[in-house]
Design a protein around this ligand. Structure first.
Ligand code: G3H
Ligand code: ZN
Length: 289
């Protein structure tokens, strides 16, 4: 499928019932671990950076490092700006050269969310960006390792409403929809089953490309079930952060006198690579380049 757009990959994933994991990175070494896994698994790669990362791992740095790895490996690697909360931040990402944009309008009133999402779509098309992701039902949690915390208790109102979803897609023109069906941002002590029935209802509304946020900590079997029901993208961040930092702590523990990053960081790259290989296996994107 080389030379295809990200949207082409989503269409193929939907047809063949697999998904692309989006690996959120905030440093060159995490990205290197993702790329090494993609090469080994012969998987297309989707990398994400969020507003929180952008102060340190700037959009320009992310775009240029991804361009380097695309040239180096000849892999299809796409870059998504994740959880962009304003038109302006997403326009800066588009100007920097991102392949996809996620407008997270979940904190806006629905009509305002739709209005901004429409503007983002128009802007994206001008920049030949094939995928704009929309969101109106927030995925709770916190992008961190919350092993010691109970998951928030969810009520029916927390889940994405399939009727609103259909209206949102029609009016906003976004290409993919982040849905809330029970995944949570971050890893909690407990999990609760995904609401697969709600996912089916949303998919039955003709929404072709569904996105799960909060991949880390979600039971593998539930993710596979969700992919069978139309999820084509699963976002993952905490798993990579935990792998990276635990390996770095181990390196420093084992070599307390070591001060050279080139001696301390390879373990973190390898740890991220292993986590990414696992996720590529769960999502089924092996040999899909
Ligand atoms: O947008 C990023 C993902 O939703 C991260 O979720 O940290 O639970 O894997 P996670
Ligand atoms: Zn997310």
């Amino acid at each position: 499928m080389k030379g295809k757009s990200l949207k082409d990959y989503f269409a193929n994933a939907r047809k063949e019932k697999w998904a692309l994991a989006q690996f959120n990175v905030s440093c060159a070494e995490q990205l290197q671990g993702v790329v090494e896994a993609g090469v080994q698994a012969r998987s297309p790669l989707l990398v994400g950076t969020s507003e929180g990362d952008a102060g340190f791992f700037t959009p320009s740095l992310a775009v240029n490092l991804v361009a380097f790895w695309k040239k180096e490996t000849d892999l299809p690697i796409f870059l998504n700006f994740d959880h962009g909360k304003s038109y302006e931040v997403l326009e800066r990402a588009a100007l920097a050269g991102y392949d996809a944009l996620h407008f997270d309008g979940s904190r806006f009133p629905l009509e305002e969310n739709i209005t901004i999402a429409k503007r983002v779509v128009e802007m994206a098309r001008k920049h030949h960006i094939s995928v704009v992701e929309g969101e109106f039902s927030e995925v709770p949690g916190g992008h961190s390792d919350l092993h010691n915390q109970e998951a928030p208790v969810l009520t029916d109102q927390d889940y994405t409403d399939s009727v609103v979803a259909a209206e949102f897609m029609k009016k906003s023109g976004v290409d993919t929809l982040a849905v809330m069906v029970g995944t949570l941002h971050g890893i909690f002590k407990t999990t609760q089953p995904l609401n697969i029935k709600r996912l089916q209802e949303i998919a039955l509304r003709g929404i072709q490309f569904l996105v799960l946020h909060g991949g880390s900590g979600t039971p593998e079997q539930e993710l596979k079930e969700a992919i069978q029901e139309g999820v084509v993208k699963v976002n993952v961040s905490t798993d990579l952060r935990v792998a990276f930092t635990n390996a770095l702590k181990e390196s420093m523990r084992e070599n307390p006198a070591e001060i050279a990053p080139y001696n301390l960081l390879p373990k973190s790259v390898a740890a991220v690579k292993q986590v990414v290989l696992t996720w590529i296996g769960i999502c089924g994107s092996v040999n899909k380049i």
